[in-house]
Design a protein around this ligand. Structure first.
Ligand code: NOJ
Ligand code: CA
Length: 706
């Protein structure tokens, strides 16, 4: 069948090849002339390079793919034609850091022939003032119909031994602390960088994940990531640490292949952001702009969410998701609980959930997440994992009807939880019933999770098959007007522009690790440069009790942050979904500081990055959506930080009152994290503020018009 097709297409292609003439290399600059791409075919190999203000950022780098089922697409190419076009448009996200986003780029399309194999391939570049996106496109014409990728061979040749903020390449976890070092030092630091719970599939002693942030010795900030990861496997970067050349390294499937494609199709965008000002990297919309516009006609049901949850009691407090200690027996995929006894440490019970609902209602939260509400947790890592959860059967002490009615009567919703335990076949088997149950009881948001090895066995969290699943879960949820916050799913690549009911992901090391081991104090000064480039993170800030031994004597963790910095994270870690992650008892002890969490919005008209340096400090200011209030947040690493803030972003015609939540003089993330001061001050657009963040500290300011 396939050969017949090839025969037919071969003759068409041969005619086309004769008619075409070879084109020559092309240069294309961004609209402001800041970034330039040079694209060419040299010795049959497609190549590109990138300059910023005349300085090389990416040296001449090869492009191509190796195929598992045919000759490679790495050479033998002829450049047939280059065409250029320009776009300048403004669009309005459903939620976001800014209410309008400008998408302004020049585009270069390189049409290539591989005459020996009668194939065609296009490479499309979009050149912005803050970086470049490019992707491979496989048109319908040509003999390439079904094909299997052995490896994508996209190079990113760096100009030197840059400083990098990186996490180890891994097909199954992104939950690492960042390491800061020179590219040449990655190999030596890899062993320590791989944390104890890393998956066994770390592939190369110089392999890293994206989004990768770098800085050159002459002060250029460079970031490599990808945009619009759809029906393809997620990219890592493998470093040649003699020459400082990264090459793409895709996540394999269970057979070791890296993607099954059918033309017409294209890869995700490969992105290179660049600026001489770190703040521009944080403010960049490159990744969102490279994604398609919103796929839904009606988005009125998509609403940012501030929530609390029956969660930290288990994560930090050592209590259980399960209802009983007895392993249920499994018969034909059905769990049998008839002989089980409760162990009495199950926080997802009626009385406790009502307490959280009352607290949420009193303090203006939208939702209450309840984890451990459904049967299956006794065995979620165990032998019956392929069947473990059905996502519709509550434990006996969780009255789903009563609790939802109780919540709704108080203007609060419950948030659904679907831990799949990596058993994705099982989740897909139950998904429609699970979403129907949510409709029935009035849930409109689900936190899902993919902990553990994948089933089907041998598949990896970031492979093509799973990436398709994550998107399927989101688009099916949309049919039910359900918003999704997926943990352990693939790192985001801006798909929330197209599918804005994807309101959150974890996909990095979140606050939960503070309770297991502690995160580096610099962690939240790196994440906005890296993980947050692709979309919001459910970082779950707001922990006020840092000494985890007080929460659970068994705990080995310490929250490596001051209390004031926990407030700042609501501003510096942009997300339309924000949790106040600590327990009501702790918040009741610090109601004055908790006021900031109550006040801070989860959606914005405008955002500014005032001061930033990866791994050191980030200061952001944001204006509330549809309001005049501004919020400022600063997070610092273990050295602390002193800001010289100018409030010139305020409306010059208005007077404001600022409430300043700052580290006390003697605050320190290790020795005195709960020491904070709250002061008020009249301010206006001319005000300058000297602010100090303690080691591992920060500050948060709310500014309201008088
Ligand atoms: C890991 C998630 O990150 C965490 O938030 C969740 O509570 C557990 N898995 C259980 O689903
Ligand atoms: Ca997690």
């Amino acid at each position: 069948m396939r050969f017949n097709n090839i025969q037919a297409i071969v003759s068409v292609m041969a005619a086309a090849a004769i008619a075409s003439t070879e084109a020559s290399a092309a240069d294309l600059s961004s609209p402001g002339g800041i970034v330039t791409v040079h694209a060419d075919v040299v010795g049959g190999v497609p190549v590109y390079s990138i300059d910023y203000k005349g300085k090389p950022v990416v040296k001449t780098s090869a492009l191509g793919l190796e195929l598992a089922d045919g000759p490679d697409m790495t050479g033998g190419f002829k450049l047939i034609e280059t065409t250029t076009s320009s776009t300048d448009e403004t669009w309005h996200p459903v939620w976001g850091e800014n209410s309008s986003i400008r998408n302004n780029y020049n585009e270069l399309l390189m049409r290539l022939d591989q005459p020996e194999h009668y194939r065609k391939m296009n490479i499309r570049f979009r050149v912005y003032d803050d970086g470049v996106g490019f992707r491979y496109e496989f048109p319908a014409e040509g003999v390439l119909t079904y094909f299997i990728i052995k490896e994508e061979k996209t190079q990113f040749a760096m100009t030197g031994d840059h400083t990098a903020w990186w996490i180890a390449g891994d097909y199954d976890t992104q939950e690492y602390d960042y390491t800061e070092c020179r590219l040449s030092e990655i190999r030596g630091k890899m062993k320590d960088a791989i944390c104890s719970n890393a998956s066994q599939t770390q592939f190369s002693p110089t392999g890293v994940q994206t989004s990768l942030q770098m800085k050159t010795d002459d002060g250029l900030y460079i970031n490599i990531h990808e945009a619009a990861l759809v029906d393809y496997s997620c990219m890592h970067l493998n470093l040649d640490d003699k020459n400082f050349v990264f090459t793409s390294w895709l996540t394999p499937d269970a057979q070791g292949n890296k993607g099954h494609l059918q033309s017409p199709c294209h890869t995700p965008w490969r992105t290179v952001m660049v600026s001489d000002d770190a703040r521009d990297i944080l403010a960049s919309n490159l990744i969102l702009n490279l994604n398609d516009p919103c796929a839904y006609d009606d988005t009125s049901w998509i609403k940012p969410v501030k929530y609390i949850g029956v969660w930290w009691e288990m994560i930090g407090g050592g209590k259980q998701w399960s209802y009983t200690n007895d392993l249920p027996s499994v018969k034909l995929g059905q769990l049998d609980y008839t002989s089980t006894k409760p162990h009495g440490q199950h926080p997802a019970n009626n009385e406790n959930v009502k307490k959280y609902i009352d607290f949420a209602a009193r303090h203006g939260f939208d939702q209450v997440l309840v984890e451990g509400w459904n049967v299956g947790w006794e065995d979620w890592f165990g032998h019956s994992k392929d069947y473990v959860f059905d996502f519709v059967t509550p434990y006996p002490d969780f009255d789903i009807k009563m609790l939802n009615e109780y919540a709704h009567s108080k203007g609060v919703r419950l948030m659904m939880h679907h831990e799949t335990s990596g058993s994705v076949r099982n989740y897909e088997r139950h998904m429609q019933k699970a979403y129907d149950l949510m409709d029935k009881y009035g849930y409109n948001a689900v936190k899902s999770g993919y902990v553990g090895n994948m089933i089907p066995r041998g598949e990896h969290h970031y492979g093509q098959w799973l990436n398709n699943h994550y998107l399927y879960a989101v688009t099916e949820a949309a049919k039910h007007h359900i918003m999704v916050n997926a943990h352990e799913a693939v790192r985001p690549t801006g798909l929330c522009r197209t599918y804005p009911n994807l309101i959150g992901n974890e996909s990095a090391r979140g606050t939960e690790y503070e309770s297991f081991a502690g995160n580096k104090p610099s962690h939240t000064t790196v994440l906005p440069f890296t993980r947050l480039q692709g979309g919001p993170m459910d970082y779950t800030p707001g922990i006020f009790e840092m000494d985890m031994k007080k929460v659970n004597p068994q705990s080995q963790g310490h929250v490596n942050s001051t209390l004031a910095r926990q407030l700042a994270l609501y501003v510096t870690m942009y997300s339309p979904l924000q949790m106040a992650a600590d327990v009501p008892e702790v918040y009741n002890r610090f109601m004055d500081a908790f006021q900031f969490i109550k006040d801070v919005p989860v959606d914005w008209d405008e955002s500014r990055y005032l001061e930033a340096e990866p791994g050191r400090y980030i200061v952001a200011a944001r204006k509330a959506k549809g309001g005049d209030d501004w919020y400022v947040g600063c997070t610092a690493n273990e050295d602390g930080y002193e800001s010289a803030l100018s409030l010139d972003f305020l409306d010059p015609g208005k007077k404001y009152e600022a409430t300043i939540y700052a580290d006390a003089k003697d605050a320190d993330y290790l020795t005195n994290p709960q020491a904070y001061t709250i002061t008020t001050k009249k301010v206006n657009a001319k005000t300058k503020l000297k602010m100090k963040a303690a080691p591992g500290g920060g500050y948060a300011i709310s500014i309201k018009p008088l």
